[in-house]
Design a protein around this ligand. Structure first.
Ligand SMILES: NC(=O)c1ccc[n+]([C@@H]2O[C@H](COP(=O)([O-])OP(=O)(O)OC[C@H]3O[C@@H](n4cnc5c(N)ncnc54)[C@H](OP(=O)(O)O)[C@@H]3O)[C@@H](O)[C@H]2O)c1
Length: 285
């Protein structure tokens, strides 16, 4: 099956990032569009690093339904919106902008939903309320994850970061039970956790190994890595060698794409489009 011809009725959405060339989002969304027979298209946009606001102003008005936003524009996306969902406000970043026909821009963040969906798919039965969860990293991804986990009933989030001051600042900015740790205290933070999530950029493209004492986690802990290139990072390799259940970053990427798709095209993605298999093929070296 191939997509219908592009006409004036075709619904257009996309993803903006810098760089955007290697984004898997066009592959995922266009596969869903094709499988569902929806007259829509999803395109990558690469605005200049200093021109995100101008780019967004050119899109507003509804000719383009909306865009996903990736690095380095997630904070700017939040700032340029006319209205903001609670979850985007809590994450202090937007990965989704919806352009309404009256010129307004709604900012949302589906990364937290993607994180929870990834656990549901790859660690069935996992309950965020079951115990403390440690998050490695104190950047935007860690903040969004912490907010989503607290919202899902996690009793305590532990932010473990190389730069302790950033972990403390993040703990102070979030509402709920959030405790900051430096990396040297990671074993203490891991002792009784339900899960550990790597939200640092260490391990991306095989660079910057992350030293984290996963052996200090209980045998029941689920270990998740947001990095998905490589799919099985050294962090996940180690977790698997210890016999822990693991969740990968590709499941999160697909999980955050699903609610975005629904916001753009008005229906949930179809079952059976095999987007994970397509993405895995695209990730092959
Ligand atoms: N799978 C998905 O759908 C998804 C969604 C969102 C993000 N992500 C991924 O999540 C990662 C983090 O994104 P971000 O936007 O939060 O990045 P960011 O704001 O740049 O934060 C990076 C964090 O990583 C830490 N870090 C970097 N290298 C390290 C190393 N070698 N050892 C220990 N800590 C290190 C930094 O610590 P310092 O504070 O000490 O510098 C900082 O806390 C990225 O790889 C991104 O691709 C994946």
């Amino acid at each position: 099956m191939s997509r219908p011809p592009i006409t004036g009725a075709t619904m257009v959405a996309g993803v903006a990032g810098a760089p955007v060339r290697h984004s898997l989002s066009p592959l995922i969304h266009n596969a869903w569009l094709e499988a569902a027979g929806i007259d829509g298209i999803y395109v990558p946009f690469g605005p200049p690093a200093d021109g995100f606001d101008r780019f967004v102003m050119g899109l507003r008005g509804g000719a383009v339904r909306g865009i996903n936003v990736t690095l380095p524009f997630k904070e700017q996306a939040l700032a340029c919106a006319t209205s903001v969902t609670a979850r985007a406000r809590e994450a202090a970043a937007a990965n989704l902008l919806i352009f309404q026909s009256n010129g307004t821009i709604l900012a949302d963040n589906t990364d937290g939903l993607g994180l929870l969906a990834a656990f549901a798919v790859q660690a069935p039965g996992f309950d965020a309320a079951a115990g403390p969860i440690a998050i490695l990293g104190a950047g935007g991804a860690a903040r969004g994850a912490a907010a989503a986990l607290l919202g899902a009933g996690c009793p305590e989030v532990r932010i473990v970061n190389r730069t302790l001051a950033k972990a403390e600042a993040l703990a102070g900015a979030l509402e709920g039970q959030v405790v900051a740790f430096g990396l040297p205290a990671a074993a203490e933070a891991f002792a009784d956790v339900a899960a550990v999530i790597n939200a640092t950029s260490a391990g991306l493209d095989g660079k910057g190994q992350l030293e984290a004492p996963l052996e200090a986690t209980p045998g029941t802990a689920v270990i998740m890595d947001m990095v998905y290139k490589p799919l099985v990072t050294p962090f996940l390799h180690w977790a698997q060698a210890l016999g822990r259940r693991t969740v990968d970053g590709l499941a999160m990427l697909i999980g955050q794409a699903a609610p975005s798709f629904e916001a753009f095209y008005g229906e949930a993605p179809p079952q059976g489009a095999h987007v994970r298999a397509l993405a895995l093929k695209a990730l092959e070296p």
